[in-house]
Structures are given as structure tokens and as C-alpha cells.
Design a protein around this ligand. Structure first.
Ligand SMILES: [Fe+2]
Length: 256
């Protein structure tokens, strides 16, 4: 099975690039299942109309992270929409779910688990290692993908080693910076610390550089705004053996 994971979509221009490039790329590569992190489609959070555009662009599943509920509209949307995951290790006060079993285009099942990190992250999430243990135990799909939405490469990498051989893929999101550490771990889990971002190239993580600098200089009353200009789509492509669930290859993707 070929699984394509797309890095955090930022702003309307990121969605527009996805609309232009995702379907042709899926066709070119013969991709069977596509997971798109979209929690920054509105800068902070996303709204149902944007989620619908992302599905229409070719996403099979949307994942969220620390901005899952930055927009109120998502509180009810995640209850009704089965193809969206918020972090599994969020407490039970959060609506929606953090894992699911889906059928890919080749007819094979795959399980996806969305987790959020706790190192350098401000959240009340439960320990992602223990939650992963609990969820993986009850899933019998041969192919299992884990997204870890987190700031620290150390935490994401440690989780991948912890789950090596028990899941097919572990990949990171959230930093918006693609890492060059893609590999297959000794027991067959494909891994990359961060798959990157889908949004404006000349930016600070998708945001306008000038306002980002001003905020850090201490200028008062400066709000982030999305950057303009050309966009890139970043992600990773994982090939997984249908019979064993082991990852066969990991490829970093950057389209512009
Ligand atoms: Fe995030």
C-alpha cells in the first residue's frame, strides 16, 4: 500500500495548491490513501468549509493537532464527520475521536492513530506512549499509521523507537519544517520526524515574515497573518507491505 501524508496545510493559498496538485500526484504515484494535516488552514484551526475543500482535493482523512478546536465550528463538525481525527490523547472532554480504521483504494484496511506530543507543547494531553499502547492492542488491521503532532524531535523519535515493529509508520507534524531523517527502523517501522508544511514558501512557518519578526521584536498589537506568494506542498510517501505491515520505503516529497 502506498500512503501519502501531507504536512500542515497553512492558509487559503495552501488549500489552493492542494486543490491543484494532490489528485494529479496521487494518480502519478498510484497512491492508495492520503492523510492531510489541516489544523492551520485558517492560520489557527480550520472551519468545516475548508475541511470539505480538502476532501474534495483528494484527502481521505484529515488530522488535527493543538489547534483542533481553535475554531468553535469544529466542536460539532468532528462529531459528525468520520474522516477527521483529533489527537487520541486529548482528554475525554474533547469531542471526536483520535483513531479509526479505514479502507484504502486497493481494498486493504489501515488503522490511523493521531497523537499529540507534550514536550514544549502547552496542552493537558495524556501520555502519548501509554495511549498508543492501549489503542494498538485493540486494533487488528495489519497496517497501522501513527501521526505524532509535536514540537520536539526527541519526543517524536523516541515514540517511533517505542513503537518500532508494532506499527507500519510513525511520522511527525506541527513544526512546519521538513526533516531529512526519513528511515526504516530495525523492526520495520517507517519514520520521519516532520513531514513539513503545505503553504507559502517565503514565510515563517507559513506566516508573513515581517509581522512574525515584529512580534519577536516586541512590537505591541501585532497579529500573525498568512504570507503571500508561491506555495509548496510537503509530505512523505510510505510504501507498506500489505501482508506483513512492514514499511518498505519512505520518500520525502516537496511539490511547488
Ligand atoms: Fe500544530
Amino acid at each position: 500500500m502506498l500512503i501519502f501524508t501531507v504536512g500542515d496545510v497553512v492558509s487559503d493559498s495552501g488549500i489552493r495548491l492542494l486543490e491543484k496538485t494532490l489528485r494529479p500526484f496521487k494518480k502519478l504515484k498510484g497512491i492508495h490513501f492520503t492523510i492531510v494535516n489541516a489544523e492551520n488552514a485558517s492560520g489557527m484551526g480550520l472551519v468545516p468549509e475548508q475541511a470539505d475543500r480538502i476532501y474534495n482535493a483528494g484527502a481521505d482523512l484529515i488530522t488535527l493537532g493543538n489547534h483542533a478546536f481553535s475554531r468553535r465550528e469544529m466542536l460539532s463538525y468532528v462529531e459528525d464527520q468520520p474522516y477527521i481525527l483529533r489527537p487520541e490523547n486529548y482528554t475525554h472532554y474533547n469531542p471526536g475521536k483520535g483513531h479509526g480504521v479505514y479502507v484504502a483504494e486497493n481494498g486493504q484496511q489501515l488503522a490511523v492513530i493521531c497523537l499529540i506530543g507534550r514536550v514544549f507543547m502547552q496542552n493537558q494531553a495524556e501520555n502519548p506512549f501509554f495511549i498508543a499502547d492501549r489503542v494498538i492492542q485493540k486494533l487488528d488491521a495489519k497496517i497501522k499509521c501513527v501521526e505524532i503532532h509535536g514540537e520536539a524531535t526527541s519526543e517524536k523519535s523516541a515514540l517511533a523507537w517505542y513503537l518500532d515493529g508494532r506499527v507500519s509508520v510513525v511520522y511527525g507534524t506541527h513544526t512546519h519544517v521538513q526533516t531529512a531523517d526519513e528511515r526504516i527502523l530495525p523492526k520495520g517501522t517507517g519514520y520521519i520526524s516532520d513531514i513539513g508544511m503545505t503553504g507559502p514558501v517565503d514565510s515563517v512557518l507559513g506566516m508573513d515574515p515581517e509581522t512574525s519578526v515584529e512580534r519577536l521584536l516586541g512590537v505591541p498589537q501585532i497579529k500573525y497573518k498568512p504570507a503571500s506568494g508561491a506555495c509548496m506542498l510537503q509530505g512523505a510517501l510510505f510504501e507498506v507491505d500489505d501482508n506483513t505491515g512492514r514499511c518498505l520505503s519512505v520518500e520525502r516529497i516537496r511539490l511547488s
